[in-house]
Design a protein around this ligand. Sequence first.
Ligand SMILES: [Zn+2]
Length: 422
Amino acid sequence: MLYKVRASLIKTSSALICLLLLSGCEALQSVDRGLYNAAEAVSERDRVTGRRTLSMAGRGQQIAQGNAAVEQIIAQQKKAGKKINAALDRKAYQRLVRIFDRIHRVSHLANERWLPILIDNPSFNAFTTGGTYIVVHSGLMKGLKSDAELAAVLGHEVAHTVANHVFERQTHQTAALIAGSKAARRGGYQAAFTHESEIEADRIGILYAALAGFDPYAASRIWERQYKKEGSARGLFFHDHPVNPERAVLTRNVAKQVKPYYRKGRQNPQSAALLNNNVLWRKSVASAPAGNGAGLSAILGTALGAYVQHQGTKQEANRQAQQIQVMQALDKKVVVLGEKVIDQNSWQVIWQNRNNVGMKNVVMGVLIKDSKGKVKRYVAHVKGHVRPDARFAAQFDLPDLTVAQLKRMQIKYYLDDAIPYR
Ligand SMILES: [Zn+2]
């Protein structure tokens, strides 16, 4: 279905090229002006790169819609008797506001009035709904190790709004539904699109952190830690965000690029200029005014932009799908030979690799289902190479469970991540 959409986009653009070869006459100029307006109506300049992206909602509408969603969450919290912001934790909220203001001040939307919202939720999460609020869970504040790490997360969330991801996503869905795409309903495209958005938000967010005077390497430290704690879950299911080890590498590379802009503890005095032109991107502006081919370039910009972005996401989705297939195939021939209790909260498992290839960077996972049907996941990293037919062991540590309790629960081992080699 996606192929069909693309074919019709290309057909439209070649028809336009034919028209404009005859250009110069008044009538065609007004045609071009009309096209420019049409392109403007369904797209907008990306605030970061100046690239045109699809969008149907104006910023005012976005703020109204996004903020209404957050206000609903706040109302629900209050109804459940939960406190928010300073009433929940005065010190934590003050710290959040202080760091948030520094990030927001160097962002592309510094002219808007923004506010972070702290809510009572133990999970490690923060999110944006595309308006002028960033919602932060209390569990996130507790899980982060430094101000720089909090700045990295806040930069990432502000970047999602700045890069228009929330509404781009809605527009893509709407556009795909208009085109009758089944893929939009299946959500496969959605997942790949989100993956690209995450990478983009990481890049922009790390630049913000550096401009605001926070160590740009903090983001990669978060992902390295998440990998140690959670593995990649590649062997389990299709992810809608980049897996932890790759994200650690990507964010470290961005940090290296923007490091020259970092002034420890203070805002870079050139931060406004650096937002438009820096090592990561250069803001482009339309070269021809409307009426002189700008309409064509606007339409082409939209069509090609969507095309290129789509190709990128598709390649990435294919690459990930292949990796997941490899992992699931390898998993079938990694067999459990035995288990040994180490102490109350840890036990060792011995496996054999019956694949005809070796594996390195092996992460083994275990899924534990308690009596209420809730599933928990733990991982264990295996050091060194695991050759074909080799036996290998890994130890699982359960800080919140005892091995005795485990005996009454359903457990399942699986290969969480690995790099095969011959
Ligand atoms: Zn994100």
